[in-house]
Design a protein around this ligand. Structure first.
Ligand SMILES: CC(=O)N[C@H]1[C@@H](OP(=O)(O)OP(=O)(O)OC[C@H]2O[C@@H](n3ccc(=O)[nH]c3=O)[C@H](O)[C@@H]2O)O[C@H](CO)[C@@H](O)[C@@H]1O[C@H](C)C(=O)N[C@@H](C)C(=O)N[C@H](CCC(=O)O)C(=O)O
Ligand SMILES: Nc1ncnc2c1ncn2[C@@H]1O[C@H](COP(=O)(O)OP(=O)(O)OP(=O)(O)O)[C@@H](O)[C@H]1O
Length: 527
């Protein structure tokens, strides 16, 4: 099993750069002799410092990075860049560069340190509330099939050619992102797909990056603890569609938010929709849904069309695939060539995204990463369409995250499933029982026959769900996806829902391959 502290990928042979040149080029203020001081890397995390690094001591919500500067210097950092408050906390002989807003400068400085602006790989960026990881994996698969050595940065995993590590944040901090891009360049990656969260745009994590093509999947209720309103959340996402950040875009206009992105984008965009009522440059018409695949026609306004089958369940997955295809078309690929790559390039499973963990006999059991009302709705609708029997859902709402979505998650589950088992999901520093109560309130407000059960911890909940399920039924465990930990009382402990579900299936007497694990896990473990 992968560890709970993800490894950070950096270039293995970084070329040293004189700190004095950085100071000159960025017109920075430093009161120290920089003669002979060379930097080979940069990080804002003291635990990631390598000898030769510039340590970016950033102010945070909890701590000031300058509190960790002594440790960073001990580990070999050669200088510190920080703000005035940080400088006041420092007692060091090492050069200290003071900048008003070091976080806002971090991307550009990291791009300079790692030279990531020079001959970068093709860069694709995907934003939206849901579907970023799924679309990113699909696009990476297509690019690989089209002959590119690829890179990937998602919530689930980061890839540099064959190297695979798990991720901490969805979009890494700018210094980590540029280190990743530098490593990609070093090993000959020619095309990289990056998931771009709203937090990343707002917190300067993708500064210093110019995407060839970006995409917008959708916007729905999430992260209101960070943004306060959907308008504010939307405004942050829209910023990706500006010439400083990207050259072209693909926008799914299935939601009004998408239509607004297309209208207000400041870069050229092409639009796509699976809703026949909405005008778009490209249409997704689904003509077959099976328990293992979805087939659709992708038609352009000029009449050109391709037929596509993807090994994933649901309209939303078809839309994600269409976005991935159109990002390549926007980048100049012939759609016919992309169509040929689809059959070969789409990997059959996405890590923890509607991932089937059950065998051929007994109920179909899926583990999914969905943790928002819209993700629940799309996934439940998709599974209902391929389920003969009952649909049973296990889920919880995460702690220390947008509490206003909890009742809605309960409501949607109770409306669309036949039985709902409300459990825990990363309560973090919150009281798990009180989170369950908020979810249950939403679920119980729905009138109908849906059975509602409360069960904690997750190990018990999945077993309760399986006790209700038989052949022809489907169990969806939403939330944990491919995570290899859970966060209880602010402490991360190893927990793999996919393995737990398999164990529970085995105990319930259903044949399941307990040893079978994803390719990614195997590759990761080999390292
Ligand atoms: C709101 C937010 O994004 N916070 C991130 C931010 O925290 P912060 O600025 O408050 O930092 P802090 O913890 O006070 O620490 C201050 C500084 O000291 C440094 N430090 C801290 C401790 C130490 O031992 N050594 C050290 O150097 C930190 O690296 C940081 O630079 O910087 C930290 C260090 O990089 C991140 O871990 C932290 O992410 C928190 C954990 C988080 O949960 N972020 C979520 C909201 C997020 O960004 N999510 C999106 C995905 C959303 C989605 O689509 O689902 C994402 O892109 O992951
Ligand atoms: N186009 C879509 N519309 C709505 N839901 C989707 C879409 N694509 C995927 N989902 C669902 O959203 C959930 C999360 O999927 P995925 O991990 O791909 O999204 P994400 O944007 O990367 O999420 P996160 O930002 O939290 O990492 C899953 O339940 C998935 O089935």
């Amino acid at each position: 099993m992968a560890g709970v502290t993800p490894r950070i990928l950096r270039p293995e042979h970084p070329a040293p750069r004189p700190l004095a040149s950085l100071v000159d080029e960025f017109e920075l203020d430093v009161d120290a002799d920089l003669d002979g001081v060379e930097v080979t890397g940069i990080t804002n995390d003291s635990s990631d410092v390598q000898p030769g690094d510039l340590f970016a001591a950033l102010p945070g919500a909890r701590r000031h990075g300058a509190e960790f500067a002594a440790g960073a210097l001990e580990r070999g950092a050669v200088a510190v860049v920080t703000d005035a408050a940080g400088a006041a906390l420092l007692q060091t002989e090492a050069p200290v560069i003071v900048i008003e807003e070091p976080r806002a400068a971090l991307g550009e400085i990291a791009a300079w340190v790692y030279r990531t602006g020079e001959q970068p790989p093709k860069l694709f960026g995907i934003t939206g509330t849901n579907g970023k990881t799924s679309t990113s994996f699909m696009l990476e698969g297509l690019l690989a099939d089209l002959g590119f050595v690829t890179g990937l940065s998602t919530t689930a995993e980061r890839h540099v050619a064959e190297t695979v590590v798990t991720s901490k944040l969805t979009t890494p901090e700018a210094s980590e992102l540029h280190a990743l891009l530098a490593r990609m360049k070093e090993v000959g990656v020619r095309a990289a797909v990056l998931e771009v969260s709203a937090q990343a745009i707002e917190r300067h994590r993708v500064d210093g990056v110019l995407f060839d093509v970006v995409a917008f999947t959708n916007l729905s209720h999430d992260h209101l603890d960070d943004y306060g309103s959907m308008e504010a959340y939307f405004d942050v996402k829209l910023e990706l569609f500006t010439p400083d950040r990207a050259m072209r875009g693909v926008v799914c206009v299935d939601t009004d938010w998408g239509a607004r992105v297309a209208e207000r984008s400041r870069i050229p965009v092409t639009t796509v929709s699976s809703d026949p009522e909405r005008p778009a440059d490209w249409r997704v018409d689904i003509w077959e849904e099976t328990p293992v695949s979805t087939s659709f026609t992708l038609t352009g306004i000029d009449g050109g069309a391709i037929e596509v089958q993807v090994p994933f369940i649901g309209r939303h997955m078809a839309v994600d695939a269409a976005i991935a295809i159109l990002m390549l078309v926007e980048d100049g690929f012939e759609i016919e060539g992309v169509a040929e790559a689809i059959d070969r390039g789409m990997r059959p499973t996405l890590p923890g995204r509607i991932e089937r963990v059950s065998g051929e006999e007994g109920p179909a059991v899926f583990v999914d990463y969905g943790h928002s009302p819209d993700a629940f709705e799309q996934t439940l609708i998709a599974l209902r369409r391929v389920t003969e029997g009952r649909l049973i859902m296990v889920f919880g709402a995460d702690g220390d995250r947008d509490a206003t979505k909890r009742a809605d998650m309960g409501r949607i589950a109770a409306e669309l499933a036949d039985a709902v088992v409300v459990t825990d999901f990363n309560p973090r520093t919150e009281d798990a029982a009180s989170i369950r109560a908020q979810v249950l309130e939403g679920a119980r407000a729905v009138s109908g026959d849906t059975r509602i059960i409360e069960s904690s911890p997750e190990e018990a909940a999945i077993r309760e769900a399986l006790a209700l399920a038989g052949p022809g039924d489907t169990v969806l465990w939403a939330g944990p996806g491919d995570a290899d930990y859970r966060d209880v009382a602010g402490v991360r402990e190893p927990f793999v829902a996919r393995d737990e579900a398999k164990l529970a299936l085995h105990e319930a007497g259903w044949p399941v391959d307990l040893d079978k694990r994803r390719d990614g896990d195997k590759r990761r473990d080999e390292r």
